[in-house]
Design a protein. Structure first.
Length: 456
């Protein structure tokens, strides 16, 4: 079929409403077709006219007139009314939408200019008594730190990181690297490009060393998460990202004191969780993606990994070698996204695979026992009524200290409906909830009680 035959048939269907039936069932499709044509005619006209005139008023006005100029032709060839109406609506609506978008963009630009002026004024005031407050030098040093950190993070070079971070943040990074090492992973950051670096926060405390400055980096990199032992790439992305890097006055340099990533949590909840972490001598990160996301067991199946992520992460040591983590595990399931509050403990001994699930949640199908697991029953009737236990090894179950009537009875009576999964030497306490600061405190209570029972 050549183009002329196609156009002839298109006009025929437009005249008849797209159907030879009395219902005119093709009218809706024709309205969509007409709208698409209207947009295709009007939008390029607006952008071309603006390019020539540099006047948005002229562009919107003439673009609309160009679009409407085709209406008499539509009447002349007796196109279906629904086609003409859909076309006119889209021709008129396009400039209106673009005008609204333009107004919104200008408002944001004006707010950005005012904020930049405010930041520059604060820096100028601070520079009067302290030469360290120099906008260009701050951004240059921050950018150097940004690039250096990507390299050191990939190499897991803590001594190098300690040279340009505060002792507190260096401790946090050491815990993150320790967790990465235990998981046998490395996070490679290749071809790092900084698109922009903007000062977004200034705190000047004259006469002290508590000055603070925050830089918002917009950047891009080939971000690879790799298993060391096999070289397998778990994830690979080259998506742009935005992070806020926080620095404090450190004598002649600005020392990195934290990195904030954008997450869905509110500022209020993040502030509360950060305070909660500090009170428990632990460290908080708002978002980690899947850098520390497990891939073993039933809760963290490898097939969930790509669509899973860790948010509101808290990490710390409870003894010289007992790494403890709390976080929200968000994962896509067939019925939508699920949020699990996780309490995670790395133990010195391995217990293979154990699943301890509350009977009422087992009925909901929260986690099903995988192949290779067998159901374990105990001589405690109350325990068997409350929990279903599956394991890969009966001997390992017998040596798992938490499986006793006292602790499990206490756990069952808590408001937080906690289940347990053990994968090798890692214990996961998890609850299907919409987490907040109060739930973190309840999970912390569970971890502290378990810590005493485990006697590690």
């Amino acid at each position: 079929m050549n183009i002329f035959v196609f156009l002839h048939q298109l006009i025929f269907f437009a005249r008849t409403g797209g159907s030879d039936s009395s219902s005119g069932g093709g009218g809706g499709a024709l309205v969509i077709l007409a709208g698409s044509v209207g947009i295709a005619v009007t939008v390029p006209s607006i952008f071309l006219i603006y390019k020539w005139t540099r006047s948005m008023v002229a562009a919107y006005s003439i673009g609309t007139i160009v679009g409407l100029a085709l209406v008499p032709i539509a009447f002349a060839i007796r196109l279906h009314p629904s086609l003409i109406i859909g076309y006119v609506i889209c021709v008129v609506a396009c400039p209106v939408c673009l005008i609204c978008q333009d107004i919104q963009s200008k408002r944001f630009e004006a707010e950005d200019r005012r904020e930049h002026q405010r930041i520059q004024q604060l820096i100028s005031q601070a520079a009067v008594g302290d030469i360290l407050w120099n906008e260009q030098q701050i951004i240059e040093q921050a950018t150097m730190t940004f690039n250096r950190f990507q390299y050191d993070w990939e190499k897991m070079d803590l001594p190098s990181i300690q040279r340009y971070t505060t002792p507190n943040y260096a401790r946090h990074i050491s815990l993150m690297l320790r967790a990465m090492e235990q998981m046998g992973r490395v996070n490679m950051m290749k071809d790092v490009v900084v698109h922009s670096a903007i000062i977004v926060e200034v705190v000047d405390n004259p006469g002290t060393k508590r000055d603070r400055v925050s830089i918002e980096f917009s950047a891009q990199a080939n971000d690879l998460l790799v298993e060391k032992a096999t070289g397998r790439v778990l994830t690979s992305t080259n998506e742009p990202f935005v992070e806020q890097w926080n620095f404090v006055h450190g004598g002649s340099l600005w020392m990195l004191d934290g990195i904030n990533r954008r997450t869905s949590g509110s500022n209020h909840s993040i502030t509360a969780l950060r305070k909660f972490a500090t009170q428990n001598n632990m460290y908080f990160s708002s978002g980690l993606g899947n850098v520390l996301l497990p891939v073993k067991g039933r809760l963290f199946k490898r097939s969930f990994f790509i669509d899973g992520e860790i948010n509101n992460h808290i990490i710390g040591f409870w003894s010289s070698d007992l790494l403890v983590q709390l976080y929200v595990y968000r994962v896509a399931r067939s019925d939508g996204y699920k949020n699990y509050l996780i309490g995670q403990v790395n133990l010195p001994a391995s217990y293979n695979g154990i699943i301890i699930q509350r009977q009422e949640q087992k009925a909901k199908g929260l986690i099903k026992a995988p192949r290779g697991y067998e159901k374990i029953s105990f001589e405690w009737p109350d325990f068997n009524r409350r929990y279903a236990v599956y394991a890969t090894s009966r001997d390992k179950v017998a040596s798992f200290e938490l499986l006793n009537p006292g602790f499990m009875g206490w756990l069952h009576d808590q408001n937080l409906r906690v289940n347990i999964e053990v994968v090798d030497n890692v214990v996961y306490f998890y609850a299907d909830v919409l987490p907040n600061g109060d739930k973190y405190a309840e999970m912390m209570t569970v971890l502290q009680k378990a810590y005493k029972e485990l006697k590690v």
